[in-house]
Design a protein. Structure first.
Length: 121
C-alpha cells in the first residue's frame, strides 16, 4: 500500500474520530484559547506554534494526542519530537490545550516528563 493511500486512510479515520460531540466541543474550547495567529494556523494546517516559556524555542502542536509536538529551529525545520499528555482518556482538543498551556507556562516541567522521538519532516 502506497504512502498517499495510507495517508488518506489515516485522515478519514481521524475525521471520523473528531466527528464525535466530545471531540468537537474540546476542539472548540481549544480554539478559544488560541491567539488569532494560532487560530488561523490551526484552521489552515491543523497545527499551531507556541513559544516555550523558558527557552523561547518554537514548538508545533499538531492535531492529535501523542507524538504530536515538534520542536522547530529558526528555519522552521523539526529538530526534535516530544510526547507528553495529561492523565486520563481526554478528547483531542483538551490534550492539545493542556500541551499548549504547559509549554507556554512551564516548559521545563513539561519537557522533564516528556518522551523524545526523532523528528520527521
Amino acid at each position: 500500500m502506497g504512502f498517499w493511500r495510507r495517508f488518506r486512510i489515516f485522515w478519514k479515520w481521524l475525521d471520523a474520530i473528531l466527528a464525535t460531540e466530545p471531540e468537537r466541543r474540546s476542539l472548540r474550547l481549544m480554539q478559544r484559547w488560541l491567539s488569532a495567529d494560532q487560530k488561523e494556523q490551526f484552521n489552515a494546517y491543523r497545527y499551531f506554534d507556541v513559544l516555550g516559556s523558558h527557552s523561547g524555542r518554537r514548538y508545533r502542536i499538531r492535531i492529535g494526542t501523542s507524538t504530536n509536538i515538534l520542536e522547530l529551529d529558526g528555519y522552521g525545520h523539526s529538530v526534535a519530537g516530544w510526547c507528553f499528555t495529561p492523565a486520563g482518556n481526554l478528547p483531542t482538543g483538551d490534550v492539545m490545550l493542556a500541551q499548549k498551556i504547559a509549554l507556554e507556562n512551564d516548559e521545563q516541567s513539561a519537557l522533564a516528563v516528556a518522551r523524545s522521538f526523532p523528528p520527521y519532516p
